[in-house]
Design a protein around this ligand. Structure first.
Ligand SMILES: [Zn+2]
Length: 262
């Protein structure tokens, strides 16, 4: 029997406030709500690019260890579809399937792509590859790294880091669980989602999948959010803004592409 995707219960992050900024790894990030979340106790914590890479890797390792990783048919299908797709602009990619009832896929900044078997159940190869391309887009555009930074800054682990002089220490099991949960609840802006859709479209075309994969995949999610499987649709999808509008935009892009190739 399929298990439910495991994450620890934790309050959902809000990451839209813009009243505080920190400069991390040479880029400004918005920590408004995060700073409030940990309160006045928090001292400045600097995350290097290496720290961020480690947080990504450890979060994914935690999720892999706590969810059933498929080694059967789903894994075989994903391997067949992603054969030869080994990196995204130089960053090595690795793919795994979680055999779970929830419907989701996500990417982490270390190049890890995780696809849930229940998403594979409802999508054609073209749609699935578009969604995977969309997730890879979030990696390439640094959205995933920014999300884990924000998740870390809002986590209890950050308080611990502040207490030991501003360095990122080894995270405990429960801190990693909290971080993974916060990362999974990350919300991207409309601009980030549009850019990831564009990437998903180009990804499909570049790897020989249908140019309509992105539009159809988004429409599938719209259908789903209106149906009885809606509760299984995890936050990362249900929070994607304007899915219908995005699907329409991708359909126009596919039509323009086809017209140009006639
Ligand atoms: Zn997205």
């Amino acid at each position: 029997m399929k298990r439910v995707f495991l994450i620890l219960a934790l309050s959902v992050l809000c990451m839209s406030a813009a009243d505080a900024q920190l400069r991390i790894g040479g880029r400004k990030i918005d920590t408004g709500k995060a700073v409030k979340a940990v309160g006045d106790m928090a001292t400045a914590v600097t995350l290097s690019d290496d720290d961020i890479a480690r947080l990504c890797r450890e979060s994914v390792e935690w999720l892999d260890a706590h969810n059933p990783v498929d080694t059967g048919e789903y894994d075989a299908r994903l391997k067949r579809l992603t054969e030869g797709i080994t990196d995204a602009e130089g960053l090595p990619l690795n793919f795994k399937v979680y055999y779970v009832t929830d419907i989701n896929a996500f990417a982490c900044g270390d190049g890890s792509i995780r696809v849930f078997s229940s998403l594979m159940d409802i999508m054609t190869d073209d749609e699935l590859m578009a969604i995977i391309g969309h997730e890879i887009g979030h990696i390439v555009h640094h959205d995933s790294k920014d999300a884990i930074k924000r998740a870390y800054m809002a986590s209890a682990a950050r308080n611990a880091a502040g207490a030991v002089g501003g360095t990122v220490g080894k995270l405990t099991e429960s801190q990693l669980g909290d971080l993974a949960q916060a990362f999974m609840g990350a919300q991207f802006s409309q601009k980030q989602e549009y850019a990831a859709d564009d990437y998903g479209f180009e990804f499909c075309v570049a790897h020989g999948f249908s140019p309509y994969g992105m539009a159809d995949g988004l429409n599938r999610l719209v259908e789903l959010s209106n149906g009885d499987k809606a509760p299984k649709l995890q936050q990362m999808f249900s929070s994607h803004p304007d899915s219908e509008k995005r699907a329409q935009r991708m359909k126009q892009k596919a039509e323009a592409y086809e017209a140009g190739n006639r």
